[in-house]
Structure formats: C-alpha cells, structure tokens
Ligand binder design. Sequence first.
Ligand code: HEC
Length: 115
Amino acid sequence: MNPFAQTLLAFLALATAGSAAARETGSKTPQPYSAPSETSRFIEAPGINLAQRYCLTCHSADYVSTQPPHMPAAFWQNEVTKMRNAYGAPIPDEAAKAITDYLMATYSEPSAGRR
Ligand code: HEC
C-alpha cells in the first residue's frame, strides 16, 4: 500500500471512530426541559395591569427595569411611542397613555421602589 493510501485509511478510521463516539453520546429520548421562571416583574402600582397586558408580548419586564434609574418622564413617553411606531406594538391610544403615566410615575421618580 502506498503512503497516501495508508494516510487515507488512517484518516477514515479516525473519522469513523469519532462519529461513532458522537452518536453514542447523543441521547435518543427527548430530555425534559422547563424554562427558567420569570424573574423580572413590573413594579406594583396603578396601571401595572395594562403594562403586563401590552408590554410583555414581545419581551420581558427586564427591558423596563434595566433602564438607568430616574429617567425623565419624556423618556418613557418616547419609549411607548417607539414600541408602537417603530416595533408595531398593537396598543390602543387609551392604554398607551395609561401605561405612559404608569411608567413615568413608577420608573422616573427618585422615590420609586425600583427592583
Ligand atoms: C411588538 C413588540 C413589542 C411590544 C409589544 C413592546 N416592545 Fe419594547 N421592544 C421591542 C423591541 C423589538 C425592542 C428592541 C429590542 C432590542 O433592541 O434588542 C424593545 C425594547 C424596549 C426597551 C429597551 C430600550 C429600547 O428602546 O430599545 C424598552 C424600555 C421597552 N422596549 C419598553 C416597552 C414597553 C414599556 C412596552 C409596552 C408599552 C413595550 N416595550 C412593548 C418590541 C416590543
């Protein structure tokens, strides 16, 4: 056998052994999986129900709670407008206004109990 064929055979032997090992470690039965529990929640205050209803369909409350503390009220106004206009969040006008009020009162005030 010439050296090239020898190398080729050695390579094939290794490749076969490798893929057999990979097959053995792979599980055939689906493993149970439960998603981690939601750890981020909106702060309890009037208006929270609307925020939970309309602001959690695309992302978690983390997106709100991880913003820098005490952002000016206008920031929250802009966020709600952005969610509706840029990302197409289907939030009726009345609810959007109430959610904006909730965010301004709850996440802009220095005294708010942020988590
Ligand atoms: C239609 C889907 C959708 C809904 C509903 C939605 N958002 Fe978002 N939101 C997004 C997307 C997309 C991003 C940007 C994600 C990224 O950049 O990774 C985002 C990001 C954010 C951020 C991070 C800052 C920023 O501007 O990127 C905040 C704060 C936020 N959303 C607040 C809200 C609030 C408050 C509501 C309810 C009024 C809401 N979102 C509802 C899609 C949505």
